[in-house]
Unconditional design. Sequence first.
Length: 233
Amino acid sequence: MKLKENDVLLCSVEKIEGTTVFLRLESGEKGTMILSEVAAGRIRNLREYVFPGKKIVCKVLKIAPEHIELSFRRVTAKEKEHVLDKYKKESALRNVFKTAGENAEKLLAQIKEEYDLNGFLDEARENPSILEKFVKKEKAQQISKMIAEKGEKKKIIVKKFVLRSVASDGAERIKNILKLKEGEIHYLGSGFFSLSISGVDFKEMNSRMNEILKEIEKRAKEKGAFFELRKDK
């Protein structure tokens, strides 16, 4: 697939030299990212965001001969979720094909020529016939059953909230309040944020969501910041 500006894709950090991050794309091509495209504002510890060997989702800013400029900070939570979901599904399919004794890379290449992997895996779980275009009928049944056993399709719930601080170091306080171990935070502008949680069980996801929001509210009070949960979806 030919790359174009604003494409969002998974990359691997190869090395960091000075203020430049060197990356390798899934296609094998190489790209670079300057410090200001890693995160907005001052970066105190670069390794909190990138380090050699880490896989990150980046956006293509510019394509030149033998040079691709990338950005980490411009990727939205939705774009990141989409790319990571696709990566997980491709890895799941690869493992299933290998277990079934098939040429995994060849099959994946053929499938990607005709389908978006984000939808193919879900359909193959329910409809074995879609696999018959690539493997024999008996194998298609076997592979479909293996895919179904991989589990349910992930779901996502999102809550929005307001978080503001009028302190002189308000931006730093907000940053510390939102340092979370789980959940995806996305800044919407003007003090508005969204928190997304993914999983397969809505009850468990809602419980985790409420716990995280309570923790954010608690931290906000401790830091003298304003917090308000939005009722609109």
